[in-house]
Design a protein around this ligand. Structure first.
Ligand code: SF4
Length: 85
């Protein structure tokens, strides 16, 4: 996902961890088929929890795509096969 200059600035100290430049454009990095900022933890009960490690500083596109919204669900359905489980 492409980032704006404002996104990069908002990410602050985490920018280099979760994003990189390709040419003169910045993008979120991918790790194992998913956003490098996404962390997955397993609870004591064995359930997997997904959360954004830069949530407060997340890019504008992430802010615009409301969690659980029809647009979000559409993206999940469209891109589900890309995720490594
Ligand atoms: S909300 Fe966080 S984990 Fe999800 S795509 Fe945006 S930066 Fe990545």
């Amino acid at each position: 996902m492409r980032l704006t200059g404002a996104d990069w600035e908002r990410l602050g100290a985490d920018a280099d961890r979760v994003a990189h430049f390709i040419g003169n454009r910045a993008y979120l990095k991918m790790h194992q088929g998913r956003c490098a900022a996404l962390d997955i933890r397993t609870t004591e009960g064995g359930a997997r929890e997904f959360f954004c490690t830069v949530y407060a500083m997340r890019p504008q596109v992430c802010r615009d795509l409301g969690r659980g919204s029809p647009e979000c669900e559409g993206e999940r359905a469209l891109k589900a096969e890309r995720v490594e489980r």
